[in-house]
Write a new protein. Structure first.
Length: 260
């Protein structure tokens, strides 16, 4: 088993895990571009492997939030109602592209770059967006909130299946707008809980398409799990106003490199 672990991949997992622990931003916006740009891994393989990687790491977070009672399963069901069909449809489209001899690599790289850039913008402007749009969008009324939550799930299903990015930054921002009276811990817990079936289903879809590197997955988990734990423990010592802008600047450079 140990011979299957690549130290460089594990080190990358450790560094990404530390940053995720610091900032709470999903590893997809960091890990997938790193695999594509630094290690030259095929975009489809990077996305598929990262999706299963995310499903494992977020399962741990879901267990903790579930134990603490900070998961709103009603919201999770609404998101899944939109994301599950959207994920299945997206995987099927990728299958058709591959079957017809099309090249999905460029599509995935472009969507990945755009998703990373969106994540960077949200990191810098989430507070402003919530102040400006929250009062207009955020309605806890059953019908209004339910429909927009399902629609958010559809968008997340497509975006995450193509890029492995979006379940964290986009999902949390949408829930803050839609449920302004819900405690922040409950919003984060609900978003993490929804990300588990979303990333697992999308990851299994990529597995069926042959886009999973199991040795890579094992190496990433070996480094990232302790990294996330350590990062979470010392996050309170790192000023959020310093870490988030720095991370956003890195994501802008990475996203631009993927798109261009």
């Amino acid at each position: 088993m140990l011979h299957a672990i690549n130290p460089l991949y594990s080190l990358s997992g450790l560094l990404v895990g530390l940053l995720v622990g610091f900032t709470g931003v999903g590893g997809g916006s960091l890990m997938t571009p790193l695999l594509v740009l630094l290690f030259g891994i095929h975009p489809a393989t990077a996305v598929g492997t990262d999706l299963l990687y995310a499903s494992v790491t977020k399962s741990v977070g879901t267990a903790m939030h579930g134990f603490n009672g900070t998961v709103d399963w009603r919201v999770v069901r609404r998101l899944a109602t939109g994301s599950v069909p959207a994920t299945i449809a997206t995987i099927f489209v990728l299958y058709l592209i591959g079957k017809q001899g099309g090249e999905s690599s460029r599509l995935i790289s472009t969507v990945l770059g755009v998703a990373v850039l969106i994540t960077a913008v949200l990191l810098l402007s989430r507070g402003w967006l919530l102040r400006q749009l929250g009062p207009r969008v955020g309605v806890d009324g059953p019908r209004h909130a339910a429909l927009l939550t399902v629609l958010s799930g559809v968008i997340l299903g497509v975006l995450v299946s193509l890029s492995s990015v979006g379940a964290g930054a986009l999902g949390v921002t949408a829930l803050f707008m839609l449920y302004p009276s819900m405690p922040a811990a409950r919003i984060v817990g609900s978003d993490i809980a929804h990300a588990v079936p979303l990333t697992l289903l999308a990851g299994l879809g990529h597995w069926l398409l042959g886009s999973i590197d199991w040795h890579l997955l094992l190496s990433l988990l070996t480094g990232s799990i302790p990294g996330i734990i350590v990062g979470s423990l010392i996050a309170v010592r790192v000023p959020d106003r310093v870490v988030r802008p720095a991370l956003a600047c890195v994501l802008v450079v990475v996203g631009g490199r993927l798109v261009l």
